[in-house]
Design a binder for this molecule. Structure first.
Ligand SMILES: Cc1cc2nc3c(=O)[nH]c(=O)nc-3n(C[C@H](O)[C@H](O)[C@H](O)COP(=O)(O)OP(=O)(O)OC[C@H]3O[C@@H](n4cnc5c(N)ncnc54)[C@H](O)[C@@H]3O)c2cc1C
Length: 425
């Protein structure tokens, strides 16, 4: 594709995969997507893959296949270094199971987009790295699920419940707790009279309330639904240490745990500090301007969880959500060709559509704007439909109208995949 401007996108997650599909199918640029994984998995469903309410292998999309369908090239590899002067990116790997690794190589670009996401920080808390599971990528979900299944079988055989402690009551922690309660049923055995009580779930939050920062009404509703699922919630629980069999809080309280999950907050991907001398905010996210351009180089753009974007007139950066990453992908799919032609596009404007949670058997609930000044609490079928839409929108953007429509239809009728999806973080 001699002559076409070369756009390289680093990270094929919730945002990067949507941008690559849109720019690739547009055809104006020569698009390359880089990711260290071979297949795309939509991160907002990680708690469902971890709990096993959805089968991850049926939900992943091969990047090679997606690239073929949507007109972009896929390069699997770990991003090591960006050279803004030479306009190249150095990649390494992937590692083959036998340890073979293709040597480091460089990809040239005219315009570079960084969408490498974020991770769950441990804030230096003792034992998190050794003993807790963090849900940052699919390997974490697979690791959690295999430990969970083994623990539940042991619980059934020993007649003693498995104790799971989840630290952090944001979307990840809250939704995981609800989905685990749903999956518990799969371990009930008729010969023991379908005895319940194989799973004790504790959701611990450092802040004085659950879901810090969320609307009061939503918090109260979510708390009631979690309690209806017999999920214990503790607040003001500043966790000081995680051991192999317990979670300890600074006030000396100890929560016995067969499995600990650390779901407390999000910071920029640690590799962002290594790959170039970006300007980072205090959460390690790359500071960008109103066009999502980095201050390091006008040809390097950043979006999604990796970016720290503060809307005009606000003092806080936008929260790290798939909703935000998706809107920024749409913006760049339109703005980048303009910028490459030398035009100046309008700045990015975020349209907050609200926040929704899928709590499995306890239904869905959330706050959405519906164009009103203040958000309203939505529940039941409406909330269910509302949070399906983000995932459907993702499928549609990734696969295009025809294949997207078919995939959504297949999802709706396929018992394996089901449709417990959601709109916002
Ligand atoms: C359990 C859970 C539930 C969530 N629920 C919601 C929700 O309901 N609604 C919502 O709006 N948001 C939700 N979120 C947040 C949402 O998932 C993120 O905001 C979103 O995925 C960010 O998209 P992104 O493209 O910036 O990054 P990501 O989706 O994290 O993608 C980053 C990509 O970069 C790749 N990568 C990382 N490092 C490297 C490297 N060094 N080299 C090469 N490739 C690399 C990764 O493999 C990945 O594909 C949830 C998150 C979790 C964990």
């Amino acid at each position: 594709m001699a002559g076409k401007p070369r756009v390289v996108i680093l990270g094929g997650g919730a945002g990067g995969s949507e941008l690559a599909s849109q720019l690739g199918s547009d055809g104006a640029c020569d698009v390359t997507l880089v990711d260290r994984q071979a297949a795309h998995l939509w991160k907002p469903r990680l708690h469902e893959f971890a709990a096993g309410t959805i089968d991850s292998t049926l939900s992943e999309l091969s990047y090679y296949m997606l690239g073929r369908m949507r007109g972009f090239r896929f390069e699997q590899g770990e991003v090591r270094r960006i050279d803004p002067a030479a306009k190249t990116v150095e990649l390494d790997g992937p590692d083959a199971p036998d340890g073979f690794r293709p040597g480091p190589r460089r990809i040239a670009y005219d315009t570079l987009v960084v969408a490498l996401g974020g991770v769950t920080p441990d804030f230096g808390t003792k034992g998190v790295a050794e003993h807790a599971v963090r849900l940052d990528e699919r390997q974490d979900a697979d690791r959690f699920r295999s430990r969970f299944v083994a623990a539940m079988i042991a619980a059934r055989e020993k007649g003693r419940p498995t104790r799971i402690v989840i630290v952090g009551s944001g979307a990840t922690g809250t939704e995981l707790a609800a989905h685990l309660r749903q999956v518990e049923q799969a371990f009930f055995q008729p010969q023991n009279g379908g005895k319940k009580g194989l799973l004790k779930i504790t959701l611990a939050e450092a802040a004085p309330q659950l879901m810090p920062g969320a609307d009061e009404t939503l918090r109260a509703d979510v708390k009631a639904r979690l309690h209806a699922l017999d999920i214990e919630t503790v607040t003001d629980a500043k966790i000081s240490e995680i051991t192999a069999d317990s979670v300890k809080s600074a006030d000396g309280t100890e929560y016995p745990a067969d499995i600990s999950v650390w779901a407390a907050g999000l910071v920029g991907n640690p590799c962002l500090k290594e790959i170039a001398d970006f300007e980072l905010d205090k959460k390690g996210r790359i500071v960008v301007d109103q066009h999502l351009r980095s201050s390091l180089d006008p040809n390097i753009f950043v979006f999604g969880d990796a970016a720290s974007f503060t809307p005009e007139g606000e003092d806080m950066p936008l929260p790290p959500t798939a909703q935000c990453a998706s809107q920024q992908a749409d913006y760049l799919a339109d703005a980048l060709p303009k910028i490459i032609r030398g035009d100046e596009p309008e700045p990015f404007v975020y349209d907050d559509k609200g926040r929704l949670l899928s709590l499995a058997r306890a239904g869905s609930v959330g706050m959405i704007g519906l164009g009103r000044k203040s958000d309203i609490l939505v529940k039941g079928q409406f909330a269910n439909a509302a949070y399906k839409s983000l995932q459907r929108r993702h499928q549609w953007t990734l696969l295009g109208p025809v294949r997207g429509g078919l995939a959504i239809f297949a999802d709706m009728i396929s018992p394996a995949k089901g449709a417990q999806l959601k709109l916002h973080g």
